[in-house]
Design a protein around this ligand. Structure first.
Ligand code: ADP
Length: 519
């Protein structure tokens, strides 16, 4: 496995897997939290509605207790004092009745403030309503006999709620008693204040008539409340009515949703940062590894490049020293070989020095208006022999009138580097086209060869320090991998830029843009 693959895997293990596990865990626990919070909330609302029901029951039980005492004392048709007081104090209590379980119709006795309720027709309809419920009454008697007190809401009677219970009077015997409650008044006058106390400003508690969505009672008259009813519960006492609870302000659902959303955003952001971090680390490691590899290649390349001229110099110098060369002509040839190789050495050393100076930013560029045409013609004159002796032809098309802003020495170095490369990386088609021109506010120099070309992949790296194309025959040609990175640094040091267009097997074009001089 390649080292890069290993690093990829390690990064994946260190950064991404924990991030994925953490996120999955967090997201699942978010859902759980939400469920738990929701459950607690639902239970609380249920408890509030329960307490409202409990309160109604307490009120009813209080009444029933008083009625029992009152009826014990009832004599003849007159209304016992306690019963009258109860009716006067509680308008919601519209009627109280008592009747013999065995002979309801005959015996039914009614106490009410509204005299129409006491009429004989009202009595008859009440007795028949009770007669319709004999099974319920029998059940109440059974409860009573086993010592269990129960108040049973019966069906509606005249749109009001009829509640019955059994009274076993010592001297009157077993009676069915009951009361009729006006639900509207009960809710408004008795339950209402309690609902307001419970609700305070945290909830709205409404009472509804079954079959209608409009509340018959509201604990707060807030019109602006948009929250939906969170929970409803039937009123035990008034079977045709129910209570609904609505939260004020942000509902718990909103809060939970918002919290979940914030957490999700945070988790996603965290993951993006982690992935970005892992990616950056990977890119940097990749770069460093490539640089380390290139550096070690560089040392062997340079050693190789230096060793060849040194061997030649030492061989010819030794031959001369030993006086083995007879003719002056041969001697001259050997001297010139020594000179040429020494020049080559100087060239290599100079290039390395320039590079390291550029690296350390010590090479201050002396930027002045420069006639690119003149500078290139000079280079070509010097290089003419070099090019033609290697079988190259070349053309120069200057199309740039205005001077560029450049350091003349650095400019020459750039052009020489490109020419050198064109020579080094051409096989059979030995031709170089050099041209200049203007594009926007830049002057450009183009060097085109018909050599081996550079693959798309390598084009991204040829300007990197020490980078050399490592495949094919190219590795055989000599080089340090510094030429193009030097070109790049010089051009960018001028505030310019470079472009490379190349196709494998067809050749390359290097385009260097320099800022134009104002003058
Ligand atoms: P060097 O020539 O010393 O190897 P450079 O930095 O000048 O270093 O070039 C880097 C690499 O770019 C070379 O190894 C070569 O593969 C490729 N290259 C440069 N110029 C050309 C060219 N004109 N045609 C094809 N390949 C080139």
């Amino acid at each position: 496995m390649g080292s890069l693959r290993k690093i990829e895997l390690i990064l994946l293990l260190i950064f991404l897997l924990p991030a994925i596990f953490f996120s999955a865990y967090e997201i699942s626990s978010l859902n759980k939290d939400e469920e738990v919070i929701n459950q607690i909330y639902e239970d609380q609302l249920a408890a509030i509605l329960y307490s409202a029901n409990q309160y109604s029951d307490d009120v009813l039980n209080g009444w029933v207790a008083k009625i029992q005492v009152g009826l014990e004392m009832a004599k003849g048709d007159s209304t016992p004092e306690k019963i009258q007081m109860l009716l006067d104090l509680n308008p919601a209590l519209s009627m109280i009745f008592i009747g013999d379980t065995l002979n309801l119709e005959e015996s039914i006795q009614v106490f009410a403030n509204d005299s129409s309720l006491k009429s004989s027709s009202a009595k008859i309809s009440l007795a028949s309503a009770l007669a319709n419920q004999t099974s319920k009454i029998r059940q109440l008697i059974r409860y009573q006999e086993s010592g269990f007190k129960k108040n049973e809401p019966f069906e509606q009677f005249n749109n009001q709620t009829l509640i019955a219970f059994i009274l076993d009077s010592e001297y009157r015997g077993k009676y069915v008693c009951g009361l009729i409650i006006d639900p509207q008044l009960f809710i408004e006058e008795l339950l209402g204040p309690k609902l307001q106390r419970i609700a305070q400003d945290k909830f709205i508690l409404n009472a509804y008539n079954k079959g209608s969505n409009l509340p018959i009672y509201q604990s707060n008259d807030t019109d602006s409340v948009t929250n939906a009813i969170a929970q409803t519960k039937d009123l035990w006492l008034l079977p045709d009515h129910y209570l609904g609870i609505t939260t004020l302000g942000d509902s718990i659902q909103d809060i939970v949703d918002e919290r979940t959303y914030t957490n999700l955003v945070l988790i996603v952001a965290l993951n993006i940062i982690l992935i970005l971090g892992a990616w950056l680390v990977f890119i940097n490691v990749k770069k460093e590894m490539r640089l380390a590899q290139s550096k070690s290649d560089f040392v062997s390349n340079v050693s190789h490049e230096i060793r060849t001229p040194l061997a030649l110099i030492s061989m010819f110098a030794e031959t001369l020293e030993l006086n083995r060369v007879k003719t002056e002509e041969k001697k001259h040839e050997y001297y010139s070989i020594i000179n040429k190789e020494a020049n080559r050495l100087t060239g290599i050393v100079n290039r390395i020095l320039t590079f390291s100076r550029m690296e350390a930013d010590k090479k201050a560029l002396n930027i002045e208006p420069l006639d690119s045409r003149e500078a290139i013609v000079d280079v070509l004159n010097t290089y003419d022999y070099h090019l033609t002796s290697k079988g190259f032809t070349y053309s120069f098309n200057p199309n740039l009138e205005r001077p560029i802003q450049a350091d003349s020495q650095a400019f020459v170095e750039v052009v020489v580097n490109l020419l050198d490369n064109a020579i080094k990386y051409s096989n059979s088609k030995k031709h170089v086209d050099i041209s200049t021109g203007q594009k926007d506010e830049f002057g450009y120099i183009s060097v085109v060869d018909q050599g081996v070309g550079i693959s798309r992949q390598d084009q991204k790296h040829v300007f990197d320090k020490f980078y050399r194309v490592s495949s094919g025959d190219l590795a055989k040609s000599k080089g340090t991998g510094l030429g193009l990175s030097l070109v790049k640094e010089i051009v960018e040091g001028h505030g310019g830029r470079l472009e490379l267009k190349s196709e494998l097997g067809r050749g390359s074009e290097f385009l260097l843009y320099f800022p134009l001089s104002k003058s």
